[in-house]
Design a protein around this ligand. Sequence first.
Ligand code: SAH
Length: 328
Amino acid sequence: MRLALVHPQWGYYMRADPLGVQGDFTTAPEISQIFGELIGAWSADIADQLAASEIALVELGPGRGTLMADMLRATRQVEGFHASLEIRLVEISTRLQQKQRDSLRAYRNITWAESLLPLPEKPLLLVANEFFDALPIHQYRYTQDAWHEILISAGGKALSGLQFMLGESIPLPHPGKEGDVLEICPAGQEIMNQIAHHIARFGAAALIIDYGYKQGAGDSLQAVRNHRYHPVLKNPGAADITAHVDFGALERIARHTGATIHFTTQGDFLHALGARQRLEQLCTKAIQEQKGSLVLGVERLLLPAQMGDLFKVMAVTHPTIHPAGFRP
Ligand code: SAH
């Protein structure tokens, strides 16, 4: 999964821009500007609670830079906010880094990095939309009274010569019954550990938005190409491969550092932050043709049958911070 996504030459994210109608999949910031605007307001509110003169604003996997551009545009008028920010974009693909530079050329104080650490020694405001789902997972299947790792063999005749196979039995501290599939994402756990430790030490908050679950979802490994599901092992590097995010595991790691965890659905979060009011505001200024797409965009983000329930929002905060958008 890691090679298929981020191999320097053949990795999916290294080769092309996967986002948007022309690409393979679309994300919330590409669907509606309101997404980034509300997250910008959310961040400015946290900064206000912090009353710190310097803050590191970090985004993981910024794609085309649209979320950050909307966040910054929406908070231009917030006194002192932009001046307090040191902005860091964590992006492994140089191609997408270039896109992000284009989207954000109006702003200074932005640097790029390929990994989260080292972080500046200041309070951290971190956002990550559809980043954790792209981190490689291990899968295990429970069969014949034990867990076995699901491996990929390169000797098969099927597809690109790749096929799934079961490894030796391996002891795991999880109950299981015949046929269960368990997924573990060490890279995601490590990044969450780094974020939570930084927040415990320097303060502030992280906002993680993704499709995922709190308790086991079984086999969630999937590939998408051209807005359609694609066989996972076919043409590695040509399709996006993701897994649902285990928010339960991330939460347990963050709690160890003393952080407070807030959790809700994307629909409830955006609704609580005033998505509908912002939509009305934009509609009064928009011409007729724009109104339809503005409404459709927000509905796609909010409605339970669309992205509203599937996508979850988790905030990891210092206990002194009270993030907007979550029920107490
Ligand atoms: N957040 C954006 C893009 C999501 S796609 C949006 O919502 O539109 C996933 C993003 O994470 C891409 O920018 C991809 O290049 C980046 N990415 C994937 N794996 C990464 C890794 N291991 N390290 C840094 N960035 C990574």
